[in-house]
Design a protein around this ligand. Structure first.
Ligand code: PHE
Length: 357
């Protein structure tokens, strides 16, 4: 009995004296740990007679609980004190004037958005936007991805939990659903540019689960592949700020365009860096094609009367190419050093006539 009282008194005083979390943990181990004193007493229960055990069991349990409670209370006090100290240390005087070196910079992705918008704006495109959370119709079905078509799987889609009776919503995997939204609501002629965030389940040096695309859509009478090629070739030269750069269109597949192509621009890679407009290499920069008649029909537009072309490009990758950034991941780490190094002055609005960058 006296053992219990002595141990309790000593334990409680050691707990009270523990000045930090590490010291407190030592006390806890010494008393309640596997080889601790309280645990030692508990072990003696096994060698007792049934009567002794009936008397001692509850007492020892109560001791163990009181010591454990005291440890927990002391731990909470020590943590509170640590937080208080940290807060006192990190006070911020909001009335101080800003430090002269603290200045903002435009993120390269935003800069490139602005540059692309300036080029297509000059060609008469207007900016349109749509929601990041899309339904199955706009992200897939209306874009001529048949139910169960393998192309749906190549998108590594993030799905929401399905709601009753309706297919699951998705984080849009591309900006193409905005084509549908605009065509559903606006009678042709249409000439839009769609900057936006898109999402796919992918993560390495050149892929992040959220990235940025720009989509373009032209719908009018008598639109053909020649318009597409001229428009996008002009864009490539303007964007890379070179007088001449050959482009080539390689056949490709997208469910929502027919024919479909990927556009490459001429480049040179011989000394490590990519130089656009020189050399004999090719650099893929966008996907494009003539809008599929099914897509027009899905939006209530008669494909015998109207035709069009569409294109889509990854903005983060274009920014990497144009401004020589090797890794995509720091784009989204909000490191002020990185932003200061790669960022742009926010007030220099890019324009085709005044210069893009
Ligand atoms: N949506 C396609 C993609 O994300 C790009 C694209 C857009 C291709 C428009 C053709 C026409 O890969």
């Amino acid at each position: 009995m006296s053992d219990i009282e002595t141990i309790e008194a000593e334990a409680l005083s050691a707990i009270k004296d523990a000045g930090n979390l590490a010291a407190l943990d030592e006390v806890r181990v010494a008393e309640l740990g596997k080889k601790g004193r309280v645990s030692g007493l508990m072990k003696q229960l096994g060698g007792m007679s049934a009567e002794e055990r009936q008397e001692m069991g509850p007492k020892l349990n109560a001791l163990k609980n009181r010591v454990a409670d005291a440890v927990a209370a002391r731990k909470a006090d020590l943590e509170d004190a640590a937080l208080e100290a940290q807060l006192a240390n990190e006070t911020l005087d909001l009335s101080l004037p800003p430090k002269p070196e603290a200045r903002g910079a435009l993120h390269p992705v935003m800069q490139v958005f602005e540059e692309i918008a300036a080029i297509f704006g000059d060609m008469g495109f207007a900016v349109a936007e749509g929601p990041d959370i899309e339904d199955d119709w706009h992200n897939f079905t209306a874009l001529n991805f048949p139910e169960g078509h393998p192309a749906r799987e190549t998108h590594d889609t993030f799905f929401f939990h399905p709601q009753e009776g309706a297919p699951a919503k998705v984080l849009r995997t591309h900006t193409s659903p905005v084509q549908i939204r605009v065509m559903e609501e606006t009678p042709p002629p249409i000439r839009i540019l769609v900057p936006g965030r898109v999402y796919r389940n992918d993560w390495d040096a050149t892929h992040t689960p959220m990235f940025h695309q720009v989509e373009g859509l032209v719908i009018d009478k008598g639109i053909h592949m020649g318009h597409l090629k001229g428009c996008l070739s002009d864009f490539a030269r303007e964007f890379f700020e070179v007088d001449k750069a050959a482009t080539r269109f390689r056949p490709h597949f997208f469910p929502f365009t027919e024919p479909s192509a990927e556009m490459d621009v001429q480049c040179d890679r011989s000394d490590g860096a990519v130089k656009v407009g020189e050399g004999k290499d090719w650099l893929e920069i966008l996907g494009c094609g003539m809008v599929h008649p099914n897509v027009l029909r899905n939006c209530g537009i008669d494909p015998d009367e109207y035709q069009g072309f569409a294109f889509g490009m990854g903005v983060d990758r274009l920014a990497m190419l144009k401004y020589g950034m090797p890794d995509l991941r720091p784009y989204f780490e909000a490191d002020p050093e990185w932003t200061r190094h790669y960022g742009f002055a926010p007030w220099l609005t890019p324009s085709v006539s005044g210069g893009l960058s």
